[in-house]
Each structure stands twice: as structure tokens, then as C-alpha cells.
Design a protein around this ligand. Structure first.
Ligand SMILES: Cc1cc2nc3c(=O)[nH]c(=O)nc-3n(C[C@H](O)[C@H](O)[C@H](O)COP(=O)(O)OP(=O)(O)OC[C@H]3O[C@@H](n4cnc5c(N)ncnc54)[C@H](O)[C@@H]3O)c2cc1C
Length: 395
């Protein structure tokens, strides 16, 4: 691993920076979180702008619309977009950050040619149908079944916590294709078009009052066998490829956003006063914030290590779990620290100057949910214990 950037990479950074300075003034303000139609226009519009400028799928193959550049250049692009506070990947999260990367590694050339350009151009939203009511942490226990009938699979069962399910065109989905073998060996990874007859999507309300995810019911839904990625019953292996991207590289922008947040909170601490002193004069708070800033630096080095490994092997591996665990737990602690700093405003939700306190509180709830999404912290600890440290198996 080499953590230094080359001259060519720094030239690429300057090019991205100049492009962002040029285009960001023309990006409209972010829409209301519950206005899904406007969010789609905003998120996919930004994706299209990136695509038109040659900055979509920076490390994806050129023949499918990517830039064919290195993962390090991808990292530089993310550093620059966060620094400039450009729009987040938003509803393109699943497509861009884990379904697409899985297709790059595992799909057939025909599947890549058909699905990857739609993700890169911001035409298709993807969702993830992995979890079920009785298969979350123990994902391999999933029971939503797919039976062969002619050229199709016929799917019956239920998924839950399907983020963006109500706005997605496609779902990366795990189904059970064999009930008579050990549970990990009877799973298949499928691409499911969300407009198929027999799909019933019911949005769920989060504690923030937003409908980010859904329950999805499948009643004899027909999907061509050609939509299978990997072999039949080899879906657990493909799912682990997806999860390694979801845990290992999908959070890269979030680390950068969190670095920006630490700086924002330090600024804020200088303006909030309590009992005649600014919060910044509290040595304990400065120490806690400084410790988090240092840990974020270490996490950035771990990110580069994961990216460097992905560059060599095409995959992130269990290092992604170590990263996901450390980052989401840290982000959660920072959420607590922000509440401590904001004091009563975190309950009254009164803005402080230009600082939107409701946004800060949303960030706090989001941090909590991130210790659950993509596999809980406890599950990541089990993976790190077994696959990185070689400790005895959980069960
Ligand atoms: C914001 C968000 C977005 C999500 N988006 C999606 C999505 O788009 N698609 C999708 O398929 N899923 C999604 N999920 C679901 C997510 O993957 C699951 O919630 C997660 O895997 C946990 O499963 P569960 O909720 O069933 O909890 P459970 O598995 O029931 O776990 C309950 C508790 O038991 C603990 N536990 C369970 N097993 C063990 C063990 N072996 N050792 C120690 N502790 C254990 C867990 O850590 C947890 O604290 C999302 C979740 C969130 C929060």
C-alpha cells in the first residue's frame, strides 16, 4: 500500500476541483426529504451531470460507461466532492455503491452491458432485497423462494427494510432456490425488475417520519432465469461480494462528511455560550472532539488500505467489516457529542444562527441506524473475530 498521491493523481484532483467550482453554482437547492419525486430529479440529475462530465463510475470499466480509472482516483473524486459540499449519492446509493460494483465483478457481459449504463447515467434506481422478517443478522436463514418454471423463476415471499424500494426500477435480491441443503448453499442472487406483476410495496415510516424503506411482498412474481447473477445456489458467495462493497467502500463519502462535521462542530463550539463561557473553553469537549478527529484520520488510512486491496484483488474482503464497525460506532459517539454540544437546542430544535438543528438531529438518528444497516455492530464483531483474528466460530 502506498498512501501518497502521484503527480498524475494530483493533476486529476485539480481537474475535478475546477469542474466542481464551475458546475456547483448551477445545482438547485436540495429538496424536502419527503418529496420523493423532487428527490429523484435532484439525485439522478446530479448523477447525470457527473456522467456527462466523465465522472460517473470512475473505476468502472470504460466499455460500460465508466471512466476506467483507478480506485485511488475514485477516492480523490470523493474527497473533492465532499470538500466542495457537492450533492450526496442519495437514491443512487444501492446502484452506485454495491449493486453496480457487484455486477462489475460477477455479472455476465450481457448483464453488464444492459444494467451498468442505466446506473451510471442516473436513469435507474436500485434497491436491496436481502433482509426478511426472520432473516436479518442471520441472513442465510432467508425463506423467500424462487422456483423454476420454464425460462423463469417464480418468486414468493417477503422482504423488509428495502431502502428506496418504492422508487426503484431494479432490486438486487436474494432468494432461496433449494430448501434441502445447508442454508448457505441454497441461495441465489437475482436482478428483479420492480414493476413485475405480483410485487406489493408498502413503505414503512422511520422515527424521523420519513419513508426511506419498505416491506415488499412477492406473490408468484416471474423473473427470467437470465436475471440470475452467478450460479444457482451460489448466491451466498455473490452476496458476500455485495456486502464487502456495502461495508467496505460504500461509507467512504460518509467518513469525509464526518470530517467536515467535526470541523463544523468545532466552529459551532466557539459560538455557543453557556454560563458566560463558550463551549470551546470546555477542555473535555475539545479533547473528545480531538480524539474523534484523530480516529477519523486513522479510518481514512484504513479506507485507503481497503481501496488499495480492492485495486489489487477487485474485492474488499473482511477488512470492510473492521472499517464499518469502527466508523459507525465512532459516528454514533460523535452524534452524542453533538447533542451534548447543542445542549437544549437538540431538544427544542431551535436553529442556532445558520445551523439547522433538525439536520444535526437527523444526523444523530442516522448514525444510530448505521450501526444496524448492512449488518449490526455485533455481527461485524463476529466477522472480525472469526475471519480476521481467527478466533473460534460463533456457532
Ligand atoms: C437504515 C437501514 C437501512 C436498511 N436497508 C436495507 C436494505 O435496503 N435492504 C435490506 O435487505 N436490509 C436493509 N436493512 C436491514 C438490515 O440489514 C438489518 O436490520 C440488519 O441486518 C439487522 O437485522 P434485524 O433488523 O433483523 O435484527 P436482528 O438480526 O433480529 O438482530 C437483533 C439484535 O440481535 C443481535 N444479534 C443477532 N445475531 C447475533 C449474533 N450472532 N451475535 C451477537 N448479536 C447478535 C443484533 O446485533 C441486534 O442487536 C436496513 C437497516 C437499516 C437500519
Amino acid at each position: 500500500m502506498d498512501l501518497r498521491y502521484t503527480e498524475e493523481e494530483e493533476a486529476f484532483r485539480a481537474e475535478v476541483r475546477a469542474w466542481l467550482e464551475d458546475v456547483l453554482p448551477s445545482v438547485p437547492p436540495e429538496p424536502d426529504r419527503n418529496d420523493w419525486a423532487a428527490r429523484r430529479v435532484y439525485d439522478m440529475g446530479w448523477q447525470r451531470m457527473c456522467y456527462d462530465a466523465g465522472y460517473a463510475g470512475i473505476n468502472w470499466p470504460k466499455e460500460y460507461g465508466g471512466r476506467g480509472a483507478t480506485p485511488t482516483e475514485h477516492l480523490i473524486f470523493l474527497e473533492e466532492t465532499e470538500r466542495a459540499r457537492a450533492p450526496y449519492v442519495g437514491m443512487n446509493f444501492v446502484g452506485q455503491l454495491h449493486a453496480g460494483p457487484t455486477l462489475v465483478v460477477e455479472a455476465t457481459p450481457e448483464q453488464k452491458a444492459f444494467y451498468l449504463p442505466g446506473i451510471l447515467k442516473g436513469e435507474h434506481v436500485w434497491c436491496q432485497g436481502f433482509s426478511e422478517p426472520n432473516a436479518g443478522s442471520d441472513l442465510a436463514s432467508l425463506r423467500c423462494k424462487a422456483e423454476r418454471d420454464g425460462d423463469d423463476y417464480v418468486i414468493s415471499g417477503q422482504k423488509i427494510w428495502t431502502s428506496y424500494g418504492h422508487v426503484a426500477e431494479y432490486c438486487e435480491m436474494l432468494v432461496r432456490t433449494d430448501f434441502d441443503v445447508p442454508k448457505h448453499k441454497g441461495i441465489t442472487w437475482l436482478i428483479v425488475p420492480m414493476d413485475r406483476a405480483g410485487i406489493d410495496i408498502r413503505p414503512l415510516l422511520t422515527m424521523e417520519g420519513s419513508s426511506e424503506f419498505c416491506e415488499v411482498f412477492f406473490d408468484d412474481v416471474r423473473v427470467p432465469i437470465a436475471n440470475r447473477v452467478g450460479d444457482e445456489n451460489d448466491g451466498w458467495r455473490v452476496a458476500n461480494v455485495t456486502l464487502s462493497f456495502e461495508r467496505g467502500t460504500a461509507f467512504v463519502s460518509d467518513v469525509l462528511q464526518t470530517q467536515v462535521l467535526v470541523r463544523d462542530l468545532a466552529e459551532l463550539a466557539r459560538t455557543i455560550t453557556s454560563r458566560g463561557a463558550t463551549k470551546w473553553e470546555d477542555a473535555g469537549l475539545r479533547r473528545d472532539l480531538g480524539k474523534i478527529a484523530a480516529e477519523l484520520d486513522a479510518l481514512w488510512a484504513l479506507t485507503k488500505r481497503n481501496i488499495s486491496q480492492a485495486q489489487r484483488t477487485g474485492l474488499v474482503g473482511p477488512g470492510g467489516s473492521a472499517f464499518k464497525l469502527a466508523f459507525t460506532e465512532l459516528r454514533n459517539r460523535l452524534g452524542d457529542l453533538a447533542m451534548h454540544l447543542l445542549d437544549r437546542a437538540s431538544l427544542s430544535l431551535d436553529d442556532i444562527g445558520d445551523i439547522r438543528i433538525d439536520e444535526q438531529m437527523r444526523g444523530r438518528f442516522w448514525a444510530l441506524s448505521m450501526t444496524i444497516a448492512a449488518g449490526t455492530s455485533q455481527v461485524q464483531r463476529n466477522i472480525v473475530a472469526e475471519r480476521v483474528l481467527g478466533l473460534p466460530r460463533d456457532r
